[in-house]
Design a protein around this ligand. Structure first.
Ligand SMILES: Nc1ncnc2c1ncn2[C@@H]1O[C@H](COP(=O)(O)OP(=O)(O)OP(=O)(O)O)[C@@H](O)[C@H]1O
Ligand SMILES: [Mg+2]
Length: 320
């Protein structure tokens, strides 16, 4: 994928300034990602810190939007100025594809880290944004669950492997495969926050029960408590009566987790992922892009406030 270019209006939005406040000698007709970063540094416009957040997009059910949402969320966080690492955990390599790369072109994946003790820094790749890195995935990752099985401390491999690099990032975003196994258990153990993309149908609704049981057993058996759990309704189409009913059921049963912002069904979104481009690059004015932005506008202040409160209380850990 070619590096994106931005108008001064877009750049101003990303920096949180008015277009007029960009000094005239620094103005351009089109900005590349490096120009934006330079401008950000010159104007010292960095977003408020939320500590280090490790955030997992997971649903054991397939096709609910884990990849579409995690990649566009990670991409937008980077556009807003955070240092982000996106980790593709899925042997389908879809997150890798959404950034414009083919998983099979990479020799090493997280499998080498978790199973062959390759340092994680050696599998990190640079994206077209200077502050967005990623770890690619390909078919070789499909053997990871089996390979982890006989290992001691097998649930903690990912969390431990991240320690070497995590100080460099504000957000580490994981895109999980739709399965129930050791890799996803590792991802849950490494995560502070969980995003659960769901479709507004009753099948998705039932799958949530298993996920919440798993989260609860993490707390009880492995002593790992997630800081935030966000259920995100994806691909919502208000013209379907069933979708509205399923949404109401979610509001009734999971009010404390359900995000008020909903990601609407959006053809541009689907098209963008098939073309290997994040929706913010394919069409920043699409419903998909504006809905992800609305989700960020809801979530980010909460993460920032929780971090500030933890710092004040002296309970902030390195993980935020
Ligand atoms: N808001 C949306 N509007 C329209 N299409 C969408 C939307 N979100 C996702 N899709 C499409 O739905 C399909 C499944 O989405 P995606 O691959 O993100 O789900 P997933 O949960 O990652 O799937 P898997 O379980 O296979 O990893 C894709 O073709 C994607 O382009
Ligand atoms: Mg996926």
């Amino acid at each position: 994928m070619e590096a994106p270019t931005y108008s001064s209006k877009q750049v101003a939005e990303m920096l949180g300034v008015t277009p007029k406040s960009i000094p005239s000698e620094l103005r351009k007709d089109a900005y590349g990602p490096e120009d934006v970063w330079e401008l950000r540094t010159t104007l010292n416009r960095f977003p408020p810190t939320a500590g280090l957040r490790r955030q997992l997009f997971l649903n054991f059910k397939g096709g609910t939007g884990k990849t579409s949402l995690s990649t566009s969320y990670a991409w937008r966080l980077a556009e807003l100025g955070y240092a982000v690492l996106l980790i593709d955990l899925d042997s389908q390599g879809h997150a890798t594809k959404c950034l414009g790369y083919e998983g099979e072109d990479f020799e090493k994946t997280l499998l080498d880290v978790l199973v062959r003790k390759t340092p994680l820094a050696q599998v990190v790749q640079k994206s077209t944004l200077p502050n967005l890195d990623f770890i690619p995935s390909n078919l070789s990752m499909s053997t990871v669950d089996l390979a982890l099985m006989p290992m001691a401390g097998r649930e903690f491999k990912l969390r431990n492997a991240l320690k070497d690099v995590e100080a460099q990032y504000d957000f580490i975003v994981f895109d999980a495969p739709p399965s129930f196994g050791l890799l996803n258990l590792n991802a849950l153990m490494a995560a502070n926050d969980l995003f659960v993309p769901v479709l507004a149908d009753f099948l998705s609704f039932h799958g949530l029960k298993l996920l919440f049981e798993t989260v609860q057993s993490l707390e009880e058996d492995l002593n790992h408590v997630l800081d935030h759990v966000f259920i995100v309704v994806n691909s919502f189409n208000a013209t379907f009566k069933l979708a509205k009913e399923a949404l109401e059921a979610l509001q009734t049963h999971y009010p404390e987790y359900l995000l008020p912002t909903i990601i609407r069904q959006c053809t541009k979104f689907a098209q963008a992922s098939s073309e290997g481009r994040p929706v913010f690059v394919a069409d920043p004015t699409s419903k998909g892009a504006s809905d992800i932005q609305a989700m960020l506008d809801n979530v980010l202040p909460r993460l920032v406030a929780a971090h500030a409160a933890a710092v004040k209380a002296g309970t902030a850990t390195k993980a935020g």
